[in-house]
Design a protein around this ligand. Structure first.
Ligand code: COA
Length: 149
C-alpha cells in the first residue's frame, strides 16, 4: 500500500487486531467488517498514524445488476476520526479502494449515502461522485390505507 509520510499517515489493509479500535471509530456495520476481513471479495482498509487508527473504508465488487451491466465496486463504512478530518485521510482511503477495484475490473465506484448527510455528500462530490439514481421511500402506514370493503 502507498505510504503518505508527508501527511503523517498510511493506508493499509485491516487486520483482525484492528477490530476493537475500528469498532470504536464506527460501531455499526460490524458484520460487514468481519466478512471483509475473512473473505477475499472485499477489501477493508484502515488509515494509521503511529499507533492509532485515523479512519477506515471498505470496498466490495458488485455483480452486474438489472440497474447496470457495468462491473462496479460499492464503497462503504468510510469513516474518519473527527480530529483527523480535513487532512486528506478520506480521499486517500477512497483512492486506495479505487485502485483495488480497478484492478478487479470495476469501472465505477458507487456509494449509498443519506440525502440528509450533507457533509458526506460534499465529500463524495469533492471526490467526483455524482448522483445516478434515486431511491424513493414512503411509510407503509401512509400507503396501506384501510382494508377495502
Ligand atoms: C466524510 C468524511 C469521511 C470525510 O473524511 P476527510 O478525511 O475529512 O476528507 P478529506 O480530508 O479526505 O477530504 C476530501 C475532499 O472532500 C472535501 N470535504 C470533506 N469533508 C467535507 C465537508 N464536511 N464539507 C465540504 N467538503 C468536504 C474536502 O474539502 C476535500 O476536497 P479537496 O480534496 O478537493 O480539497 C468524514 O467527515 C467522516 O468520517 N464523516 C462521518 C462519516 C460519514 O459520513 N461517512 C460517509 C458515509 S457515506
Amino acid at each position: 500500500m502507498k505510504e503518505a509520510p508527508a501527511r503523517g499517515f498510511r493506508v493499509r489493509p485491516a487486520l483482525a487486531g484492528d477490530l476493537p479500535e475500528a469498532m470504536e471509530l464506527a460501531g455499526e456495520a460490524e458484520a460487514r467488517y468481519l466478512a471483509a476481513l475473512q473473505g477475499g471479495a472485499d477489501l477493508h482498509l484502515v488509515a494509521e498514524q503511529s499507533d492509532r487508527l485515523l479512519g477506515m473504508g471498505l470496498a466490495r465488487i458488485l455483480v452486474p445488476s438489472s440497474m447496470s451491466d457495468e462491473r462496479a465496486a460499492e464503497v462503504s463504512n468510510v469513516y474518519v476520526r473527527p480530529d483527523a478530518r480535513g487532512l486528506g485521510v478520506g480521499r486517500a482511503l477512497v483512492s486506495a479502494l479505487a485502485r483495488w477495484s480497478r484492478e478487479r475490473g470495476a469501472r465505477r465506484l458507487v456509494v449509498k449515502t443519506y440525502t440528509q448527510n450533507e457533509e458526506a455528500l460534499r465529500f463524495w462530490e469533492a471526490l467526483s461522485f455524482r448522483p445516478r439514481y434515486v431511491q424513493m421511500t414512503a411509510l407503509t402506514e401512509d400507503l396501506a390505507g384501510r382494508e377495502p370493503g
